[in-house]
Design a protein around this ligand. Structure first.
Ligand code: AMP
Ligand code: FE
Ligand code: FE
Ligand code: ZN
Length: 294
């Protein structure tokens, strides 16, 4: 079938791209294949799977993308730190076995496990909560996090949902909170680049989660190879989006928009924020791996 140039441009213009989702490989509540299937059902044309510090969901996501006729961007969300502030770095189309990046994510995942066990130990002094209760909320090999502890607290009836757990029992201000190792953000940006990936700063202005980094840090990360800012995200106000958009323009970074979908774990809905097709083109041209297309 021959499509006219005008028709193709219209089709291109309506391409819907969501570059940030989580599955049970980390703290999402749906299996990787299900996330991708639901993305297709939601009318998205392209979805990225970006689990915290792991790529273990990629295989299942790829199969599902081919079955359900949606393009898949293989990615991850790397935990990092800058000046004691937690920084999340989206990595797209990188070599998942690159030793530098893999060493960092494995170290973080191990530290997350020790930290989660310690938090449950502390919580156990006040709540009837055991490590087995938390494990019951996870798939084997997941990147564990506070959301899984939150799910155990919900199941035990202490809180109504994850958000309530984060606002109370699991808040960093409580005696139950324990931090965990994460690489320096500059080193993380370099490791993503070394692995052939495209690094994008996830929700850089999300001050509801805690402190955010100063513009100087974003500049430093840009010097280290940062490629973009996730400006369009539900944790950013309109004023923050305008400010971050200006910062991106000043630093020569591209801008993305994404849902940060976690299944039933958060109110975020697939496709609620999207990324412009020319930005995906840059990511695909820059990244080592191809976008998987049905
Ligand atoms: P952690 O990395 O273990 O400290 O937990 C932080 C993770 O919890 C983030 O990656 C979010 O996905 C998730 N999270 C943060 N705040 C909330 C919330 N209010 N409700 C549900 N999930 C949250
Ligand atoms: Fe998360
Ligand atoms: Fe994040
Ligand atoms: Zn995320």
């Amino acid at each position: 079938m021959c499509t006219s140039k005008a028709a193709r441009i219209t089709i291109l213009g309506s391409v819907r791209i969501d570059l940030h989702t989580h599955s049970t490989a980390s703290d999402g509540t749906d299996a990787p294949g299900r996330v991708v299937a639901d993305a297709a059902a939601a009318g998205l044309d392209v979805v990225a799977l970006t689990d915290h510090d792991t790529t273990s969901g990629w295989g299942e996501a790829e199969e599902s993308a081919l079955t359900h006729g949606i393009a898949l961007v293989r990615g991850a969300e790397i935990s990092a730190r800058a000046q004691h502030v937690s920084v999340h770095l989206l990595a797209y189309l990188h070599d998942p076995s690159h030793p530098d990046l893999l060493a960092e994510t494995e170290r973080t995942r191990a530290a997350r496990l020790t930290r989660a066990r310690r938090m449950v130990e502390l919580l156990g002094e006040e709540y009837a909560l055991t490590w087995d209760d938390v494990l019951a909320q996870t798939e084997p090999g997941t990147t564990i996090g506070r959301p899984h502890i939150a799910d155990a607290l919900v199941t035990a009836g202490y809180v109504s949902d994850r958000s309530a757990a984060f606002a109370t029992i699991l808040h960093p201000g409580t005696p139950f909170y324990v931090p965990h190792y994460a690489p320096d953000a500059v080193a993380a940006v370099r490791a993503v680049r070394a692995a052939g990936g495209v690094p994008v700063f996830a929700h850089p202005g999300a001050d509801g989660r805690g402190r955010v980094v100063a513009d100087e840090v974003v500049e430093e990360l840009t010097d280290a190879g940062l490629a973009g800012l996730e400006v369009h995200h539900r944790d950013h106000s309109d004023a923050q989006r305008t400010r971050l958009d200006d910062l991106a323009r000043t630093l020569g970074l591209f801008v993305t928009g994404s849902s940060d979908y976690h299944g039933a774990g958060k109110p975020n809905r697939l496709g609620e924020n999207t990324t412009a097709p020319p930005v995906l083109e840059i990511i695909e041209e820059t990244g080592l791996l191809d976008v998987i297309r049905p």
